[in-house]
Write a protein that binds this ligand. Structure first.
Ligand SMILES: [Mn+2]
Length: 325
């Protein structure tokens, strides 16, 4: 049974700390990064000393987020903090290479919305029903009486739009719109954020999309769609690994599809697999867990050291098993 301390408890712990390091999951998406930047601003507005930790510099895709140049990469003086906050991490491994150092901080506060959350840290606020961590950070700001600047609102809005699929996924609730409304009232322009998040393709990236869509295969009477990208395809069009962000939404958009799969050859010689589901036909977090990965019911993933064709074969049978239960 997971111990979930809740919003008020973690707010108390954070309010009592002075030197705080905030981490989000590795290869941060807009929710992880936006939540991290926003919480940094909120805590600084309360007079806290804040370090925003990241294993790597921000990807080009997200460097439009105000404050993204502030992220601090290793080496970090881990013993200088009296509180560590982990955002949007479904499990401790998502903290990356510095995980052990981060977890030595006393206390570690965890804020997350992943359905398959694997408990770690000292105090936790986990709400699997929330559409994004960004939405939760807004509520935390209110509990802390921290101020929300325009930049903070911008980052939170980007986090929310991105993690709810532009308010389309099943995790989108009245709470999501309540928070989004407040952020827009702070001056955020939805069309500006949407343009940065979605209308941001380079020509190389569009060429990559064309060749990736060409690989699409359908299984189970069109209920499963699969695309893939090889290292050779990246180099042919001069695109990089980050350029495939959100490509999985295309096979997912097919009317008949319940599960979309994206297999990508990574630079470290592995294959990274992303899974998306629509409706209640298949919980992809359960499928990913079979391969040592994790995520949400509707969005999950894992990495494996094998050929794309071999992984796909195992994956299709796991998806079939999960759907029949
Ligand atoms: Mn998230």
């Amino acid at each position: 049974m997971m111990v979930n301390h809740g919003l008020n408890e973690i707010a108390k712990v954070i309010a009592g700390a002075e030197n705080i390091v905030i981490a989000a999951h590795i290869f941060p998406d807009a929710d992880a990064l936006g939540s991290q930047l926003a919480l940094g601003n909120i805590l600084e507005s309360m007079g806290k000393n804040v370090v925003l930790y990241s294993e790597a510099v921000v990807r080009k895709l997200y460097d439009f987020m105000p404050g993204s140049e502030r992220l601090v990469t290793p080496p970090i003086e881990w013993d200088s903090f009296d509180c560590g906050i982990a955002l949007d991490c479904g499990d401790r491994l998502r903290l990356g290479k510095e995980m052990d150092n981060f977890l030595k901080i006393q206390p570690v506060v965890v804020i997350d919305h992943h359905s398959g959350h694997q408990e770690f840290g000292d105090v936790r606020w986990v709400e699997a029903g929330r559409g994004s961590t960004g939405e939760m950070i807004f509520d935390l700001a209110q509990a802390l009486n921290g101020s929300i600047s325009y930049d903070t609102a911008y980052c939170l809005y980007a986090a929310i739009v991105s993690d709810t699929g532009s308010f389309k996924y099943s995790s989108t609730t009245a709470d999501t719109f309540r928070v989004a409304k407040e952020l827009v009232e702070k001056g955020v322009k939805p069309f500006e954020v949407a343009a940065k998040l979605f209308d941001n393709f380079t020509l190389n990236r569009l060429h990559l999309l064309m060749s990736v869509l060409d690989t699409m295969e359908l299984y189970k009477n069109g209920r499963i769609s699969v695309i893939h990208v090889t290292r050779e395809m990246f180099s042919r069009v001069g695109a990089n690994q980050g350029d495939v962000e959100n490509f999985i939404n295309y096979p997912r958009s097919l009317e008949s599809v319940n599960v979309a799969v994206f297999l990508k050859e990574t630079n470290d010689g592995l294959v990274s697999v992303s899974l998306r589901s629509k409706g209640s036909w298949c919980d992809v977090a359960k499928v990913a867990a079979k391969f040592g990965g994790g995520g949400h019911k509707h969005a999950a993933g894992f990495k494996k050291d094998a050929a794309i064709s071999e992984i796909l074969e195992q994956l299709l049978s796991e998806i079939s098993l999960t759907m029949e239960k």
